[in-house]
Design a protein around this ligand. Structure first.
Ligand code: 0WD
Ligand code: CA
Length: 397
């Protein structure tokens, strides 16, 4: 029989891909230059209505867009607590809103730009999922230092070469989430109420006789169904990504017809900082999370409202997102965004290549119904060290 040419070794079955990836201490990721991160570019947007209807037509996709207006220090964030409308946290929305928005955007685009972006994209997900990937390295470090750290779970699939990542919400987890939300209802209400005090649905600042009455006028009782979300394209290393995320408001005067990421403003609330220990915690944990979350969507400004325990607004501080790493550099509790970028890139590479080369993905036709789903689990306190695991789900899961 004729012997096979040497080149046929490339036809040998691929080695069984590894199904778990250790998360190393931050320093491990700092021995090479960080991967590039492309400045996020706003592609399109959508809104959720007060009854959680998805609005994605040109006529209503920006219905939930609001503009920043400075709140009055001393405002009572407890105001309206009893009347607030809370989103039903038991509904698992998956990636539907993002995927539907992208389809509608591509369908009305006559230039071919949308198709061009979509055919090159290798990751589509919510910003919140990218935040989790970027923070895993420091969550692992927190766990190693004995702090209590929650892991996370996501579902993943690769369809036509594009990785889709969504939060995994098994019923047990939804119940735990609902319980923690109701026990933290007041603290999270202060966050929503702060958003209401800081925003107005008119694009130009209203001039009024007294700033106190202007601030009072801007308050409307929060309905957590209402959200405005931006969909951006960016890239991390070799991965072109499309990311959707909630944007709290845009800067005063921003033009609704020409929204760019440089207009975006993120709002946060925090208990007033009263001790050295509070300050270290704020810089080590809160600023890291705020930085990563806003960086991923290209949000340039983060405005923090400091509040008392009783919910009175006691002060405001705005941060330029890109300046935040410099504020903590050189301190004993410093963190380095390069470790986040490098570890998130290696996580994406692991997830993308493991799923793409998996026999069941290779065997599946190009339709989302039959595409195999994988479960991604991050266990920061695993006895064998912090690890991200990937396994294929059964049809029943
Ligand atoms: O964990 C997530 N990323 C989830 C996102 C869980 C459940 C739902 N979603 C939805 C959001 O409601 C939105 O429609 O995905 C879309 C995009 O969200 P994102 O920007 O990716 O979410 P993330 O960056 O995690 O959080 C941004 C804001 C939060 O503001 P703060 O200032 O706390 O980070 O989205 C809101 C919240 O206001 N948010 C939620 N709203 C309702 N239900 C939820 C939730 N479970 N999680 C975050
Ligand atoms: Ca916020």
């Amino acid at each position: 029989a004729p012997s096979l040419p040497a080149a046929s070794s490339s036809l040998a079955p691929a080695p069984i891909p590894s199904t778990s990836l250790p998360i190393y201490p931050p320093a491990h990721y700092l021995s090479h230059p960080p991967p590039t991160f492309q400045l996020p570019h706003h592609l399109t947007s959508f809104s959720y209505s007060p009854s959680r209807d998805l609005l994605l037509d040109p006529s209503n996709k920006d219905d939930a867009l609001v503009w920043y207006c400075e709140p009055r220090v001393g405002s009572d964030l407890h105001r309206g607590f009893g009347e607030a409308v809370w989103r039903d946290g038991g509904v698992d929305e998956g990636l539907d809103a993002l995927v539907d928005t992208l389809s509608a955007w591509a369908a009305r685009d006559a230039t071919g730009q949308a198709d061009d972006v979509l055919c090159k994209v290798s990751v589509i997900t919510w910003r919140g999922m990218m935040t989790k990937l970027m923070l895993a390295v420091y969550e692992a470090e927190n766990a190693a230092m004995g702090r209590r750290v929650d892991g996370w779970e996501m579902n993943a699939m690769v369809l036509d070469g594009c990785l889709y990542l969504e939060e995994s919400n098994p019923p047990s987890k939804l119940a735990a989430k609902a319980a923690s939300e109701s026990s933290n209802a007041l603290a999270s209400y202060y966050g929503y109420s702060f958003e209401s005090f800081c925003t107005t649905s008119s694009p130009t600042p209203t001039t009024s006789l007294s700033s106190a009455s202007a601030a009072a006028e801007e308050f409307s009782v929060p309905n957590t169904n209402v959200q405005w979300c931006s969909v951006v394209k960016t890239s991390l290393g070799e991965f072109r990504t499309i990311v959707g995320g909630e944007v709290d408001c845009v800067r005063p005067g921003a033009d609704k017809e020409r929204i760019e990421t440089r207009d975006f403003v993120e709002l946060k609330t925090n208990l007033v900082i009263q001790s050295q220990r509070d300050e270290v915690n704020f810089e080590r944990h809160k600023l890291l999370k705020h930085y990563v979350q806003s960086f991923l969507l290209g949000v340039p400004t983060i405005t923090v409202g400091f509040r008392t325990r009783a919910g009175l607004l006691s002060g405001l501080q705005s941060f330029n997102t890109l300046d935040i790493p410099r504020l903590v550099r050189g301190k004993p509790h410093a963190w380095d965004p390069s470790a986040c970028l490098a570890s998130a890139r290696s996580l994406l590479a692991f997830i993308h290549s493991t799923i793409s080369s998996h026999p069941s993905t290779l065997a599946s036709p190009s339709s989302s119904e039959d595409c195999p789903i994988f479960r991604l689990t991050f266990d920061p306190s695993s006895p064998t060290g912090p690890t991200v695991r990937l396994r294929q789900l059964n049809a029943e899961e």
